[in-house]
Design a binder for this molecule. Structure first.
Ligand code: UDP
Ligand code: MG
Length: 319
């Protein structure tokens, strides 16, 4: 049997400090325990960084012909970077790793063994703790996963990272999901296949800082819900029905009361409250609808998920 190869896809956005140490650590593990069994390709995706990330990557590319890269014309987001990496990967297996060493390369040999044995198609990783993360962030993250488990068909595991190794079958399945609004955690779960989970304690970033503010995470969570569940639409229809029933009962009550007690002109404050409440609920419903519409709008444009500014791959060169 010929030697198989592994492509390590590394999305990097403003990671000038992290890139060199990531490369060193990855290669240390590779030389130590995978070299005999596997060839390696390290594919950096520079997601339109504004710092020296690209020149750090170029340096590595010049000194090591196993290092390739794709550089975007601007920042397209990690999801697009993952897609680009999987699309351009030359290896039989693909693994996705953050540049900040929060995804421990030490797990690679274990991941490889599980896939090479043929018992699994992909091996994912999940953090069993969120040590070092702000408590409110952890709290909302947990609530999000609980909610998703209830309202979505895709299996989205709490603490699951994008750090996972896949064989070609899974890579092709994921690439076949050509949607523009990519929520990788959902996509990885949706495709299924035989998946093994490895668990580890959270590791804090090696250098640089996180690209996510709290509000970005909130928006990301909303994207995830819209992408993988239609429950909010159902909920607003149900709310509409409930309000209709309440209104109907109230009308009957008012008619009966007027017939019995006459019609004194009072009760406008309660009327104002009802008007505000109901119009609020309507706006909420329209807003929910709008969220889905907006996503549909973006999908129908069929825009490319990313644009390449410059790339060096094993077989081709785009400048
Ligand atoms: N990243 C990216 N594009 C972005 C934001 C982040 O490619 O727009 C990369 C980033 O360089 C890192 C990985 O995605 O390699 C994870 O980002 P980060 O560490 O900021 O997220 P966290 O670990 O805090 O969830
Ligand atoms: Mg990180």
């Amino acid at each position: 049997m010929s030697k198989k190869s592994l492509t390590v896809v590394v999305p990097a956005y403003n990671e000038e400090e992290a890139v060199p140490s990531f490369y060193r650590e990855l290669m240390r593990i590779y030389e130590g325990s995978l070299k005999e069994k596997l060839d390696i390709e390290v594919l950096f995706i520079d997601d339109g960084s504004g710092d020296n990330t690209l020149s750090e990557i170029r340096k590595l590319n010049e000194s090591d012909d196993r290092v390739h890269y794709v550089s975007f014309s601007r920042n397209f987001g990690k999801e697009a970077a993952i897609y680009a990496g999987m699309e351009n990967a030359a290896g039989d297996y693909v693994v996705i790793m953050d540049a900040d060493l929060q995804d421990p390369p030490a797990l690679l040999p274990q991941m490889y063994e599980a896939i090479a044995s043929g018992a699994y198609d992909c091996v994912g990783s999940r953090r069993v703790s969120r040590k070092g993360e702000p408590p409110i962030r952890s709290f909302f993250a947990r609530q999000f996963y609980k909610l998703m488990a209830k309202i979505s068909q895709a299996e989205i595991v709490d603490g699951a990272r994008d750090y996972q190794m896949m064989n070609k079958k899974v890579v092709n399945a994921i690439l076949s999901m050509g949607e523009y609004n990519r929520f990788s955690k959902g996509i990885f779960g949706w495709v299924g296949f035989r998946k093994k989970w490895l668990e580890y304690e959270n590791i804090e970033r090696a250098a640089g800082e996180t690209k996510w503010s709290f509000w970005q995470l909130v928006m990301y969570a909303m994207d995830g819900i819209v992408a993988f569940s239609t429950a909010p639409l159902v909920l607003s229809s149900v709310m509409g029905i409930v309000f209709c029933i309440i209104a109907f009962l109230a009308i009957i009550f008012i008619i009966v009361r007027t017939l019995i007690f006459g019609d004194p002109t009072s009760g406008w404050p309660s009327m104002a409250c009802i008007v505000i409440l109901v119009s609020g609920v309507q706006l909420l419903g329209i807003g929910v609808l709008g969220q889905y519409m907006a996503k549909t709008y973006l999908e129908t444009k069929n825009r490319p998920k990313y644009l390449v500014g410059e790339a060096k791959l094993s077989d081709k060169e785009i400048m």
